[in-house]
Design a protein around this ligand. Structure first.
Ligand SMILES: [Zn+2]
Length: 207
């Protein structure tokens, strides 16, 4: 994701697994690319699975990381730089302010059900519809499973903003943008903010 301004108001036990080597998780040295906006077809279709865990994939991830940081985001999916591949990167705090970062290819999200399912209606934003934030109800805890850049299985879990981010980015890989999840009135509010901020985010931003 993109940008989000508020975290879950209900602290939950943090179960985010600490990676043994968080420093080297995100590939660096990439190029900042223009961010693709909602409305471009690549944003609204299920992305192609990653099958080759090669240097090209690592270069793509490095560009995604560079672009995410340039745009001040906490997560970014490949479609957001116009690439049809099911992969996202993130660097995001959980409900306790603990930062977790990673790369997830072919993500599958697991959400709490039944009595464990609690919704957090914190604000949400998207770098592909910049300058706008509205509340979006989502489960306050999420787990994502997929593959890392070397093809091995990775799992990330978290609360607060991290839970929201993991769901938001997995949605991108499935062709869903968070505007699709909003009631009509909220969507209108979002669009109004976005239109008002258009000058701050010219075509090509943040490259
Ligand atoms: Zn987004």
């Amino acid at each position: 994701m993109d940008r989000m301004t508020s975290a879950s108001p209900d602290p939950a036990p943090s179960t985010a697994p600490a990676s043994p080597d968080q420093e080297d998780v995100l590939p660096r040295g990439g190029t900042v690319r223009p961010i693709t906006r909602w409305g471009d077809p690549v944003m609204h279709r299920v992305l192609e699975p990653v099958t080759e865990f090669d240097d090209a994939l690592r270069e793509l991830a490095a560009d995604m990381v560079a672009t995410m940081y340039a745009a001040d985001g906490v997560g970014l999916a490949a479609s957001q730089i116009g690439v049809d591949r099911s992969i996202f990167v993130f660097d995001c705090p959980d409900d306790d302010g603990v930062m977790l970062k990673g790369v997830v290819c072919n993500p599958v999200v697991h959400l709490p059900e039944g009595k464990d399912r609690r919704l957090d209606d914190g604000d949400e934003g998207c770098l592909s519809f910049p300058g706008a934030f509205v509340p979006c109800a989502r489960p306050d805890y999420a787990e994502v499973e997929g593959q890392g850049l070397d093809g091995s299985t990775v799992r990330y879990a978290g609360t607060g903003l991290l839970a929201r981010c993991l769901q938001h980015e997995t949605d991108h890989c499935k062709g869903t943008v968070f505007g699709d999840r909003l009631p009509r009135r909220s969507y209108k509010k979002l669009a109004k903010q976005h239109d008002a901020a258009a000058e701050e985010f010219p075509p090509g931003w943040p490259a």
